[in-house]
Ligand binder design. Structure first.
Ligand SMILES: NC(=O)c1ccc[n+]([C@@H]2O[C@H](COP(=O)([O-])OP(=O)(O)OC[C@H]3O[C@@H](n4cnc5c(N)ncnc54)[C@H](O)[C@@H]3O)[C@@H](O)[C@H]2O)c1
Ligand SMILES: [Zn+2]
Length: 357
């Protein structure tokens, strides 16, 4: 079973990828833990709750539901949740089990970060995006009216249990959106994964278990390595934002309702590759290979009606900009990126136009 060590100053833990691992969830709870609080949503529980309920038969736990949905990833439901935890006997020894997609991973993790100044959390992601990204690395938080993830904390989990079997019920659009983050992993640091994605796209898209388990494991290993080298977003962790600067602008411009995160990232990767070529950073052959890969896992939903100038204006507001300079993560070649700033605006605009077309 592939198990990847995440080593940060805050905590060391394992992210384990194994079909059926949820059945062993109880073994991953600390022996001295007090009451266990499973945080999920009604939707996730309806699809996958049976697996976790079976695994926790011998454990005293309470099950709490969040409303779900990006517009409910806010402080208000989190406060309600914390009040409910107290009512049901939660204390400093309690442990949260966050069971769901990225929203549950972020909110359950944030609850654990702030409840009684910090309790343990075990992450059990049930979407592909959660499994390869959101559940690993300790970033937790909620949205403000002013923007996404503007309130949060770094809170590393006790363990991350990744069970690809939970993806059986994941809607096709959500599955494909998660695949984009895997394509991203290949482009930024995993040339072998990139090659596999090219050669086995039919198996990947058909959710063939061998192919799915392999690409998840590669992506988790990559994220575990990057987070271990750089917990708090210095230069290395920044490569994980490949495609995200443009992607966030698209999400914000369309009110976070029209595109799934992964779809916006796919758009952003197209723009970033083009910008890499425009700025003379990415070779023609690698550009063509990356664009062909994005097509293979597409199509990206149409965004041709969105004005390129609006997205350009929003780039400046991205929270990852430092001192007014937009930093772009651009591919150097498949498996290698560079963080570049001071790129001329007309090159950026052309790249946006290209990606929107
Ligand atoms: N902390 C991080 O490092 C990080 C990284 C990437 C994304 N995120 C966050 O993750 C969130 C998006 O996560 P997401 O894409 O997983 O969305 P999500 O959590 O909303 O889940 C998507 C949908 O799938 C359903 N679902 C979940 N698991 C299912 C299953 N196994 N079967 C059937 N349906 C299932 C959910 O109920 C939901 O309707 C965003 O808020 C984003 O900011 C965080
Ligand atoms: Zn992302």
């Amino acid at each position: 079973m592939p198990s990847f060590r995440v080593e940060t100053p805050q905590r060391c833990y394992y992210a384990t990828v194994e079909r059926g691992i949820i059945a062993q969830a109880a073994e991953h709870l600390p022996s001295k833990a007090g009451k266990i609080f499973v945080v999920s949503t009604a939707d996730v529980w309806r699809h996958q709750g049976g697996r976790l309920a079976g695994a926790l038969e011998s454990v005293e736990y309470e099950r709490l539901f969040l409303p779900g949905g990006e517009d409910q990833k806010r402080l208000a439901p989190l406060e309600e949740l914390a009040e409910e935890v107290v009512r049901r006997g939660g204390d400093r020894s309690s442990v949260v089990v966050a069971f769901g997609g990225g929203i549950v991973n972020d909110m359950g993790g944030f609850l654990a970060a702030i409840f009684m100044r910090g309790i343990g959390v075990v992450q059990i992601p049930t979407t592909l995006l959660g499994q390869v990204d959101a559940a690993i690395g300790g970033k937790t938080g909620v949205n403000l009216e002013a923007g996404k993830n503007l309130v949060g904390a770094f809170h590393q989990p006790l363990a991350v249990l990744i069970d690809p079997a939970t993806l059986d019920t994941l809607p096709e659009r959500e599955y494909r959106a998660g695949l984009w983050e895997i394509v991203k992993a290949g482009i930024i640091r995993e040339a072998g994964l990139f090659q596999f994605l090219g050669e086995h796209s039919a198996a990947v898209l058909a959710r063939d278990p061998t192919a799915v388990d392999r690409i998840i494991a590669d992506s988790v290993r990559m994220k575990a390595e990057v987070v271990s080298a750089d917990e708090r977003e210095g230069d290395l962790r920044r490569i994980l934002n490949f495609g995200h600067t443009f992607g966030h602008a698209l999400e914000a411009e369309t009110g976070y309702t029209r595109f799934l995160h992964g779809e916006a990232v796919a758009f952003g990767m197209r723009a970033a590759v083009r910008l890499g070529q425009n700025a003379g950073r990415t070779g023609a052959r690698d550009c063509a290979d990356i664009l062909a890969m994005l097509d293979r896992y597409g199509p990206i939903p149409s965004c041709a009606d969105i004005p390129a100038e609006n997205l350009l204006a929003r780039l400046v507001h991205d929270k990852k900009t430092l001192r007014g300079q937009v930093h772009f993560v651009l591919p150097v070649r498949v498996g290698e990126t560079a963080v570049v700033s001071g790129v001329e605006e007309d090159l950026v605009l052309e790249a946006i136009r290209f990606a929107l077309a």
